[in-house]
Design a protein around this ligand. Structure first.
Ligand SMILES: [Zn+2]
Length: 336
């Protein structure tokens, strides 16, 4: 069996390492950011310190100590208006495409997913540049980045992605760790145009809700998979309170074949909800809840919940893979 891949891993930085990243954490997002840093074992003052280096070092350490063969690391474009102009002071973090492309060149553990707002005047040029640079996927958050994927002006952009076999990972469902600009774009139905253009689309979080009061789009996502053979969903952040509610439906046909594994690192991973819902037993919960490596913890909890081996490897067939992925992770290979 090929080694598993975590296809939803965020890169975060404050630019301290000359990476071009920035981070603006305000108001109630502050404690959330601190919580995320703590969950990956970094001190809160890393936010204003040498975050770029510390973050990548920690991520590499987790990767090397895990069963995973590779992680898809995500860039993050800025929030833009309909004309593609940057909306100043709206977004909370930025990760340049060049940075994830560079990290992936330097570390075989990483596969680069770029982020391009299709309204950018240079969107097609940037897409070509990223394809040439080895991009394996494109990531966007329609509700946070203000991207109306259904806008007919973007048809050419989606068609080029389809032609290049570059899949789209698009956030669906509510979002509470980043500011939301257009909550209606959390609906998976906004992804219909790229799907019709032939793009392989992965609905991040499979449309599940994040907060108690969010609308639930899981059933919309599930229905769409019956009409679009090129639509998939990821199980990222299923180890937070609400998103994991639909695990059972994701484990059986017909959805089983459409779910891929992602952690949403550095989002905290806790097994309590899976245990309370009866998806894992007490012993499994105790064993992995204490595990300090949250990439491994998330992977093992998902396996224990009953996600099939293919859930962790299927992404290999969906990514644009210019080069082969390293054959193995490390230590815990004996687990499977
Ligand atoms: Zn995410």
């Amino acid at each position: 069996m090929p080694s598993p891949i975590d296809m939803h891993v965020h890169v975060v930085g404050n630019g301290s390492g000359g990476t071009g990243c920035w981070l603006r954490v305000r108001g109630w997002h502050r404690p959330l950011a601190a919580l995320m840093l703590r969950s990956v074992g970094l001190p809160t003052d890393a936010l204003t310190g040498d975050l770029d280096r510390l973050y990548v070092e920690r991520l590499l350490e987790f990767m090397r100590g895990s069963s995973l063969g590779a992680a898809v690391i995500l860039a993050q474009d800025v929030v833009r208006d309909e004309q593609g102009r940057e909306l100043e002071n709206v977004g909370s973090f930025y990760v340049p495409n060049d940075y994830v492309l560079k990290l992936a060149r330097e570390h075989p553990e990483f596969l680069p997913a770029v982020s391009i707002h299709p309204a950018r005047p240079d969107a097609l040029e940037e897409l070509e540049r990223c394809l040439a640079g080895g991009a394996v996927m494109m990531k966007c958050l329609p509700n946070c980045q203000n991207i109306n994927c259904a806008d007919r002006r973007f048809t050419k952009f989606w068609e080029r992605m389809a032609e290049a076999k570059l899949p789209l990972l698009a956030h669906t469902g509510g979002e509470h760790t980043l500011p939301v600009v257009r909550s209606d774009f959390a609906d998976p139905r906004v992804l219909t145009l790229p799907l019709e253009c032939g793009v392989t689309v992965i609905a991040a979080h499979s449309g599940t809700k994040s907060g108690l009061l969010d609308p639930e789009y899981f059933h919309v996502f599930a229905e769409m998979t019956t009409r679009f053979p090129n639509l998939y969903g990821d199980n990222s952040a299923f180890n937070v309170p609400f998103r994991g509610r639909h695990v059972r439906k994701c484990l059986v046909e017909p959805l089983r074949d459409r779910i891929v594994h992602g952690s949403d690192f550095p989002v905290p991973v806790h097994g309590h909800w899976a245990w309370m819902r009866g998806f894992i037993d007490w012993e499994t919960f105790r064993r992995w809840e204490r595990h300090p490596n949250i990439l491994e913890r998330d992977y093992q909890l998902k396996r224990a919940m009953g996600f099939a081996e293919e859930t962790f490897t299927k992404i290999r067939g969906l990514l644009r893979m210019p080069e082969p992925v390293p054959a193995s992770g490390s230590s815990s290979r004996s687990d499977f």
